[in-house]
Design a binder for this molecule. Structure first.
Ligand code: SF4
Ligand code: FES
Length: 250
């Protein structure tokens, strides 16, 4: 496949940035989108030019690092996949492909296609954890009966990989789908009850503090989420937040 790439280039967070056009030839339809960018960078390095910076790690849909906006869609035109799982066979020979970083105030661009998603880490630090008694009297997790439906819903919420596509897709740059997945994962299990009263409040407060927008129920986040995280989690988080606010300890 021969392709034209229009890629966002930005030297650093203070640079204005802009689109740059590249031609790339002989791309295998079986290669992944990131492998295609590897080819481009190999070519740029061979020519003595600066390669395009982009984020990646696992390249198998687990780490949530590969955050690219491709032809106006988070993680590109395929459904329920991350950018690293997107294959070039989804495009046609001769196509022009636009590649941009996530766009959100809370995710500042560091360089080219790489954004700082540290805001998600700070939200997790605010409440995305459980306290465990490690005094030697720790209860065997298998001794805690958990209804199958709760375990399934908790596992579904736990598949969120923190990629940020929900934020990039949302017209309000809301992080509600991400935060609600993390709140739900713990709210549904007995192990998550110790901090339940303050978790939702602290995580939502941090989310607002980081500059994410509010949810207006457009549902775009659910459509573009590579892990199929359900909007039901947002409803659950709102219930958790409300009940915690009524009996707030701090
Ligand atoms: S909810 Fe989905 S889109 Fe948002 S961070 Fe988690 S996996 Fe990514
Ligand atoms: S590189 Fe890890 S999810 Fe894509």
């Amino acid at each position: 496949m021969d392709l034209t790439l229009k890629i966002w280039r930005q030297k650093n967070k203070d640079d204005k940035g802009g689109m740059e056009t590249f031609q790339i030839s002989d791309v295998s339809p079986d290669s992944s989108f990131l492998e295609m960018l590897d080819l481009l960078n190999e070519d740029l390095v061979n020519k003595g030019e600066v390669p395009v910076a982009f984020d990646h790690d696992c390249r198998e849909g687990i780490c949530g690092m590969c955050s690219l906006y491709i032809n106006g869609e988070a993680h590109g035109p395929d459904r329920a996949v991350t950018t690293c799982q997107l294959h070039m066979r989804k495009f046609k020979d001769g196509d022009t492909i636009f590649v941009e970083p996530w766009r959100a105030k809370a995710f500042p661009v560091i360089k080219d296609l790489v954004v700082d998603r540290g805001a998600f880490d700070r939200i997790m630090e605010a409440g995305g954890f459980v306290s465990v008694n490690t005094s030697g009297n720790t209860q065997d997790a298998n001794a805690l009966p958990i209804p199958k439906v709760d375990a399934d819903n908790a596992f579904d919420a736990a598949t969120c990989i923190g990629c940020g596509a929900c934020v990039a897709t949302c017209k309000n740059a809301s992080a509600m789908l991400f935060v609600s997945a993390k709140v739900s994962q713990l709210a549904l299990l007995p192990q998550g009850q110790v901090e339940a009263k303050r978790r939702a409040i602290h995580m939502v407060e941090q989310m607002d503090h980081e500059g994410f927008g509010n949810c207006t129920n457009t549902g775009a986040c659910e459509v573009e989420c590579p892990k199929g995280i359900s909007l039901d989690n947002i409803a659950r988080m709102n219930r958790e937040y409300l009940s915690a606010a009524i009996v707030s300890e701090d």
